[in-house]
Design a protein around this ligand. Structure first.
Ligand code: PLP
Length: 462
């Protein structure tokens, strides 16, 4: 590890403790313990300010660094672009903005237009605003309701919180905007088989529950449905057979725009460019952020079909008939420049293929852990996006305590491996360990992951 001298680092830790308000954590423990400052990364590994090395199996903590750390190629391209032209407002165009849009659309048959922003939450806000504006333009404002699934998460802004059922994230931030309506989640592991209509698979029945909400609310009031392809922070929940096909039919039947949140699944995480491509659906709006540039620059995209775009373009007689939205830093050239290189790396290094091969290897290894540790209630995943749901016993399926999950994470950290977990999210179901290694991972990395989790589970649960 190179970098700052120990003296500099003491100053850094002091400055951090005095002035940085960290994301999503309670700060009280920092009064007696130092924050962990990650000072360097290479490939799958990072080093903290004490020089300790970790295998990072969560791609920067929150499923982001898909191509791994230390990619000079991305850094150099961004540097060159910034020196030449760093920024001009997105009302005009930029070379990397145009080239990345073209390249992205080439991976998304049926999609056509890319709207640039900076974060996943922001991209989702753009999608919500498009759905709302279409409701006003076409349906006199009536078809304005947006359905969301209760265990999905779409971000941290007030409207995104309104579109999410993560009660521990949302508490004390209300009141929220109106018109966001929950639909039941689709989670086979916790499904009650008795409630299935005769002849339906669980996936079809779970999708039919969305139709019931549309009919209850009135189809003429529902304009959009937002879903994650695989639910991320809500517990790494993979959809069963038949679910997505039925969702698509329902959206078509009731003229409901299908908006898919690919902020986590997008750009290779599940083994295809986008998670929805695993299930053969054709969305109207797709949002993405984290893996788009693997954290080398801030960028998010709200991508639409030409049909959605046309609704804002065609009627020139109405002075309000355009998308009256801007994102200052959506015009920054660093994002699309990094995104172009990121995509080129995924292609040139065959990382989608590696994701599928390593994903299958990891799933096998995790199934093996489940045979050994009865605390593992369910093993889920798609590509290199995997979860272990921990339960106090397999019959009651009661979640283990959050403190026990924290202890497992701590045991892994002690052993030099970073893993993730669902965190302060849905109705006490904060009991899923998460793994999302970079798409470059090897069998050796995954063997280290599994061996560490094995030891950590033994240390905490016996
Ligand atoms: N959508 C999903 C599925 C996410 O997991 C997240 C963040 O974790 C977001 C949206 C929000 O993204 P951001 O934190 O970039 O605003």
């Amino acid at each position: 590890m190179d970098g700052a001298t120990p003296n500099d680092l003491t100053q850094v830790v002091t400055a951090d403790k005095a002035h940085v308000w960290h994301h999503l954590i309670q700060h009280k423990p920092f009064e007696t313990a130092d924050p962990r400052i990650i000072v360097e990364g290479k490939g799958m590994r990072v080093w903290d300010h004490n020089g300790k090395e970790y295998l990072d199996t969560v791609s920067g903590g929150v499923w982001t660094v898909n191509v791994g750390y230390g990619r000079e190629r991305i850094a150099n391209a961004v540097r060159d672009q910034l020196v030449k032209m760093n920024y001009f407002a997105g009302t005009g165009g930029s070379i990397p903005g145009a080239l990345f849009a073209e390249r992205l659309i080439s991976k998304m048959p049926g999609m056509s237009r890319v709207y640039y922003a900076n974060s996943g939450s922001e991209a989702n806000e753009k999608g919500f605003k498009m759905i709302r504006q279409i409701a006003h333009k076409r349906y006199g404002g009536k078809k304005h309701k947006i359905l969301y699934r209760e265990r999905d998460y779409h971000g941290t802004t007030v409207a995104c919180m309104a579109a999410g059922g993560h009660d521990q994230r949302n508490a004390q931030y209300g009141p929220f905007p109106e018109g966001f309506i929950p639909v039941p989640h689709c989670m086979e592991y916790r499904a009650d088989a008795q409630t299935l209509p005769h002849g339906a698979t669980y996936g079809e029945a779970a999708a039919n529950a969305i139709e019931e909400v549309i009919l209850r609310e009135g189809a003429d009031t529902v304009g959009g449905l937002i879903l994650e392809p695989v639910t991320a922070g809500g517990g790494v929940i993979t959809p069963p057979e038949g679910y997505w096909q039925r969702v698509q039919e329902i959206c078509k039947k009731y003229d409901v725009l299908l908006m898919i949140d690919e902020v986590v699944c997008g750009v290779g995480r599940t083994g295809t460019w986008f998670g929805y491509q695993q299930y053969g659906v054709q969305p109207d709006i797709v949002t993405m952020a984290k893996g788009v540039a693997s954290g080398y620059a801030a960028i998010s995209c709200c991508v639409t079909t030409e049909a959605v775009f046309d609704m804002f373009k065609d009627d020139t007689s109405d002075p309000l008939n355009y998308f009256r939205d801007i994102s200052t830093f959506g015009g920054c050239t660093a994002g699309p420049t990094a995104a172009l290189e990121n995509m080129a790396i995924i292609e040139e290094e065959n990382l989608l293929e590696n994701c599928n091969t390593m994903g299958a290897y990891l799933m096998d290894a995790l199934q093996g852990l489940a045979e050994k540790h009865s605390v593992i209630g369910d093993v889920r995943g798609k590509g290199l996006f995997n979860g272990l749901e921990l339960v106090s016993d397999r019959t009651s399926k009661l979640p283990v305590e959050e403190a026990q999950i924290a202890a497992v994470l701590g045991e892994c950290l002690k052993r030099g491996t970073m893993i993730g977990a669902t965190n302060r999210s849905f109705k006490g179901f904060n009991n899923t360990l998460c793994f999302s290694p970079a798409l470059i991972c090897t069998k050796d990395d995954l063997d280290q992951l599994t061996a560490t989790v094995d030891e950590a589970l033994t240390a905490v649960f016996g």
